[in-house]
Design a protein around this ligand. Structure first.
Ligand code: G6P
Length: 622
């Protein structure tokens, strides 16, 4: 998500850090910041009341790295420092929420990538102990926590290590301290972090692209490891044990490294999904209680209890996520749900009242039609809610309450990881509302536990990536593509079809399998490819009948079904498998082969996967 870069050596850190930030900007940038430690007397700074010859100077700016670059000047002299480009998760994008964050005394500065799940509890305790917070971020608690531990341990490394023990969630951290002007402190738990090894100089980065211009030799930290870095070397520890680390040689070009080694952002984002899905659940799922804790809805909890109907408004891929949400919420929370594309909803006579919740789903949080629909709904007295990926976006700000996806920035125009994270939030919402409306504890627990397994199950689909690539190449020149699914997988048929339309520019229809005979079946001939999404669920047998009808008319069938259902290989021309899960969660898995299929088809046809023609990532006009 965010980007971290750090430097310790003999050169001016400022230029190197800013350059590193520029290389990390693709990870998202709503603000950026830098802290430099200066040790020595020849400081040209205009800073007043300096107490020691060492100084720690922090500069932060809203917007792109170039804004930060303009802001930092002479006062940033020094050869030890850390920097960060932020993509907001907690607290809107603003200068005060930008990293680095400092403690009360301004003796510590640190940057963080990840999510601290228990930051609220920690913050409450720290405030009671007299700490003053300057931002709304989860990150700032780390700086104050270290400061607190420094009261007992007069040793920065010990206080840093102690503070880490209290953090729950994920982090990649780089810190500097005024008391340790010749050291960098780093730690990793669930968020990538590496040390770039140069000659008498070391880099720290969340991503190898930040250091490649200076060194191709890196040490990857593992979860639970921390390191102290000086100009002469580094010591990596896990607990009390010193770890012997291997230095790896990176073979990527700088361009490749930008996309984490993947040829396109879309492929990277598809493979990011186990992580982005887990991030959407992080700190929210309560498996033993069979429910979810959604902090963003706390303020409207009472109003939500009286809600009798939900209307979901959204566009494109987000509206297909909404459709899956409808099936989930109606089956498990017993609430009537309508799903409407925002551009239609906004001009219709809307029957809304205070017992209706209008839920906008938007990756960007800026889609003009979704925003307008929500504004209209608000005017009419409905409760407005948002499921939004971009923190601080207009939809996030204007809705009464909402839940963030935490999927990280999505660069490719074709949405992939934002979609599955929207499904994660809708499943959480189903648990949250369902458990208040009669869903049993056992059902809640079953859904919650299954949700936690999904990231691992997603990985099993990736193993078939090569097979899907071959199929995409083989079928890239058909005249018609028919995507068919039933019940929970009908929206996935729509999503599969939109993906190939968007990036492979072919004519594709998404249809409910049962509706096929009312029109689309007329398109079936030997040049048609029918993609059936048919896991072993409550409507499986009916999907088989649909498949037979296509085969009987000379169509080719590619089926997506549940692992173990090899019998289908006799009926379909090709079969791709997804692991078994609860019926309501199958869309989260079944969409992945279709994302890969569209991606490989686009590549096979030679198109610009990440920037398809005529489309935009964020449609801010009507
Ligand atoms: C555009 C994008 C789609 C996206 C849709 C809705 O059409 O190309 O990928 O699904 O907008 O965007 P939103 O940001 O509101 O989810």
């Amino acid at each position: 998500m965010c980007g971290i870069v750090g430097y310790i050596g003999r050169r001016e850190a400022n230029d190197l850090l800013i350059e590193g930030l520029h290389r990390l900007e693709y990870r998202g940038y709503d603000s950026a910041g830098i802290s430099i430690l200066h040790s020595g007397e020849n400081l040209k700074s205009k800073i007043k009341n300096l107490k020691s010859k060492n100084h720690l100077v922090t500069v932060r700016a809203l917007g792109k790295v170039e804004n930060l670059e303009k802001k930092v000047g002479e006062k940033m002299k020094g050869s030890v420092g850390i920097a960060h480009t932020r993509w907001a998760t907690h607290g809107k994008p603003s200068e005060k929420n930008a990293h680095p964050h400092t403690d009360c005394a301004g003796q510590i500065a640190l940057v963080h990538n990840g999510i601290i799940e228990n930051y609220n509890e920690l913050k409450e305790d720290l405030v009671k102990q007299g700490h003053l917070f300057a931002s709304e971020t989860d990150t700032e608690v780390i700086a104050h926590l270290i400061e607190e531990h420094l009261k007992e341990k007069d040793d920065f490394e010990a206080a840093f290590t102690e503070a880490l023990k209290h953090l729950r969630g994920t982090y990649g951290i780089a810190a500097v301290a005024l008391s340790q002007p010749n050291k960098l402190f780093v730690a990793r738990m669930g968020s990538p972090l590496l040390i770039g090894v140069g000659k008498d100089e070391y880099f720290v980065a969340s991503d190898v692209s930040a250091v490649l211009a200076h060194t191709k030799r890196v040490v990857y930290l593992e979860d639970g490891e921390r390191a102290v870095i000086t100009r002469d070397g580094y010591v990596v520890k896990s607990g009390k044990i010193i770890q012997k680390k291997t230095v790896s040689d990176v073979e990527w070009s700088e361009k490749e490294a930008k996309r984490g080694g993947y040829p396109h952002f879309m492929l990277k984002e598809i493979f990011d999904q186990p992580e982005s899905f887990a991030d959407a659940l992080r700190g929210r799922l309560l498996p033993d209680e069979g429910t979810a804790r959604l902090g963003g809805l706390r303020e409207v909890e009472k109003r939500l209890e009286g809600i009798r109907r939900i209307v979901i408004v959204s566009c494109g891929t987000s509206s297909y996520a909404g459709l899956v949400g409808k099936y989930m919420l109606e089956e498990y929370a017993g609430i009537p749900v309508e799903v409407e594309v925002a551009s239609e909803f906004r001009y219709r006579k809307m029957m809304l009242d205070k017992y209706t919740a209008v839920l906008g789903i938007s990756q960007s949080g800026e889609t003009a039609d979704t925003l307008a629909a929500l504004r209209e709904a608000k005017k009419k007295g409905a409760l407005t809610l948002g499921i939004v990926n971009t923190v601080g976006s207009t939809i996030a700000r204007e809705t009464d309450a909402g839940v963030y996806n935490h999927a990280g920035p999505e660069v490719s125009v074709a949405s992939t990881k934002a979609f599955t994270s929207q499904l994660a939030i809708l499943a959480l919402l189903t648990l949250y509302l369902g458990r208040k409306r009669g869903m049993s504890l056992v059902t809640g627990q079953r859904i919650a536990r299954e949700l936690l397994k999904l990231p691992r199950l997603m990985e099993r689909i990736f193993v078939q990536s090569g097979t899907i690539k071959k199929l995409a190449k083989k079928y890239a020149h058909r005249k018609n593509y028919l995507y068919l699914g039933r019940k929970y997988n009908f929206p996935i048929a729509l999503e599969g079809a939109i993906k190939v339309k968007e990036i492979a520019y072919v004519s594709a229809q998404g249809y409910p399998t049962g509706e096929m005979k009312h029109g689309p079946i007329a398109l079936v001939d030997k040049d048609a490819l029918a993609l059936f999404i048919m896991p072993l669920d409550s409507v499986y047998e009916k999907s088989v009948s649909g498949l037979e009808e296509i085969k009987a008319r000379g169509g080719t069938v590619l089926a997506i079904t549940t692992e173990g259902n090899t019998a289908l290989e006799k009926k379909a021309d090709a079969v791709v498998y997804i692991p078994k899960t609860l019926e309501m969660l199958t869309p989260i898995l079944s969409v992945i082969p279709l994302q890969l299929f569209a991606y490989h088809m686009s590549v096979a046809l030679g198109y610009d996967v990440d920037r398809p023609r005529n489309l935009a990532k964020s449609v801010t006009v009507e």
